[in-house]
Each structure stands twice: as C-alpha cells, then as structure tokens.
Design a protein around this ligand. Structure first.
Ligand code: PPE
Length: 304
C-alpha cells in the first residue's frame, strides 16, 4: 500500500509508522469493531469527500449496533476526517475510520476495554484490478453463504463480518476469479465480499433488498442516479440463475465504485463487454464524484 504521513488516533496525529496498538487489543482477538470506507476525489474545486455525512452516520450506527460506546461525537469524526486529508496533503484518497476495542482485559466480556478510534487515508486505485472498471471482471458464486440476519448484523460494518468476506474472496482468488458473489442462507443473491450487486434485465435494474446485505452508500447513490436518468429500479430478491441470464451485472461500492461483471461461473454476461446501462451509470457516477454534475453536488464535501 502507499503510505501517507499521519494517522489520526483519538485526537492526536501520529506518524504513519508509529500508529501501533498492543497485540492484546481486544478487537484483534475477538473481531468486534466497526469501520468505514470513504473516498475523496480530486475536483476542479480541490479535493472533495463523497457522501461524508452518510458514511460518518453509518460508522456511528455500526458502533451502536455492536454496542460500542463512542467517546467522540459525529461532528468530531467528520472534522477529524477532513483534517487527516489536509495534513496528508492528498488530492485523492481512500479514507478508513476504524473503531476498535483496545487493550485492557481478555475474555469475551468487553465492558472494561477502551473504545478507540483511528482514521487513516491513502491513495487507492481500482479496487478490483487494473482494467476492471473498463473491461469488467470474472466472478464466481461462493460456496460460502452470507451471514444469516441473526448470526451477524449485516447493516453494521463490523470488523468480524469480514471473516466471512475473506473466506469467499480467497476461495474465488484461488480458483482464478476476481471476486465472489455470496448467496444468503435461503439461496438468494446477496452481495460481493465487499460490494453490493445489481443486474439489468429487459432494460430494468434489480438489486437485492436490505435483508442480509450492507446498506451500501454507493448502492443508494446508484439507485438515485438511475431514477434520475429515468430508469426503473427494483429492490427484489433473485436467485443465482437470474445472474446467468441477466443482460448486465455490476458491483457497486466505495472501493469498487461501479465495476462491470462480464462473467459469472463461466457464463458470459450479455456480450461479455460492459453493457449500455452499466456504462451510462458509471459515467454519471464519475461525473458526480468529480464535481461535474451540479444536480448532485450536495453529495460532495470540499476539503479546503
Ligand atoms: N457490501 C459489503 C460487504 C461491503 O464491504 C461494501 C463496502 C459494500 C457492500 C458497499 O458499500 P458502500 O461502500 O457503502 O457502497 N466495502 C468497503 C471495504 C472494502 C475493503 O476491501 O476494505 C469499501 O468499499 O470501502
């Protein structure tokens, strides 16, 4: 990864190399923590963060669902994120706020461990590899199911949820694919290891409802953009075979942005090239994040 200068840790800016925690930090052992992934884009008016308020809100909601008591207010974290971008003098970056349980006691009872917060920023290019945004990627349906709604809380971006994501991701990578799609325990399509999913059939968009998936902020933005463009979007359950016969399939996410999927389980999707609606939405999305679309300028928070 590309290091920057400083990481914010509970009110202090710490040198990148010195931003360390004790090896007996609770989250490291038991996986209860909450995080966010946010992107800052270069615009003609300088760096701007995409949907900052929504991401900070979700961070606090994740901590709330996880039962972690924050010592910071949402405004403090919003300000700290903007300061971390400024102090590191980056024009484009990925932003990673993390709430974790620190050193104190061992054992599942976490009531005596401090709730700590850190914010790091670094440049991060195309998440799913060079060329993924233009050519699309090859994915498989995972042999691992997404969490049942009463096993893990998928509306919270909890650190431990990503053990499930890693099992699916590594299985896919080891089998030669770029990414995995997970089904829920009923067998319906849920999401990628770190992305929401959309399909296009007969000119209309479909994405799984918010049952066993992360309430993605890019997903929400794409739904708004699509409706603004006059497209029909359904939030509805669908099964694996509907992926195979979709005209277009794509992932959405902060890191993945809008990544076309050109193959699922060795079945070519559509023509094997990103489809027209995927291209249209991707172009609209990049215009918005680059500050070139006044209709959605409220989604950007300028850093300076
Ligand atoms: N589902 C999952 C499981 C997920 O992790 C993400 C984001 C999404 C959907 C899309 O949500 P949103 O970013 O709000 O549109 N995944 C983050 C972590 C990626 C990583 O490898 O780390 C991200 O994209 O920042």
């Amino acid at each position: 990864m590309q290091a920057t200068q400083k990481i914010w840790m509970d009110g202090q800016f710490v040198d990148w190399d010195k931003a360390q925690v004790h090896v007996l930090s609770h989250t490291l052992h038991y996986g209860l923590g909450a995080f966010e992934g946010i992107r800052c884009y270069d615009t003609a008016q300088g760096p701007a963060v995409f949907r900052l308020q929504e991401h900070v809100e979700r961070l606090f909601q994740s901590a709330h669902i996880a039962g972690m008591k924050m010592s910071w207010a949402q405004d403090d974290i919003t300000r700290a994120i903007l300061e971390t971008i400024r102090i590191n003098q980056v024009r484009e970056c990925y932003i990673r706020p993390l709430i974790y349980l620190g050193y104190g006691e061992m054992g599942i009872n976490n009531s005596h461990n401090p709730v700590c917060t850190a914010i790091a920023v670094w440049p991060w290019g195309a998440y799913l590899g060079e060329g993924a945004l233009d050519a699309g990627i090859r994915v498989c349906v995972s042999s691992f199911a997404r969490h049942h709604v009463n096993v893990m809380m998928t509306k919270a971006k909890i650190v431990g949820n990503y053990a499930n994501s890693q099992l699916a991701k590594m299985e896919a990578i080891n089998a030669g694919y770029d990414e995995a799609i997970l089904l829920d325990v009923q067998g319906n399509v849920s999401e990628g290891s770190g992305e929401n999913i959309f399909i296009v059939r007969r000119g209309e968009l479909k994405t799984p409802p918010l049952t066993s998936i992360l309430e993605g902020i890019t997903r929400n933005s794409v739904i708004d953009l699509a409706r603004h463009l006059g497209l029909t979007v359904h939030e509805a359950i669908f099964s694996r075979d509907e992926l195979y016969i979709a005209d277009e399939v794509f992932f959405t996410g902060t890191a993945a942005e809008i990544t076309p999927i050109r193959e699922v389980d060795h079945r070519t999707i559509g023509t094997g090239r990103p489809g027209p609606l995927t291209n249209k939405l991707q172009q609209a999305f990049f215009r918005v994040v680059q500050g070139k679309d006044d209709t959605f300028k409220a989604w950007l928070t300028h850093v300076a």
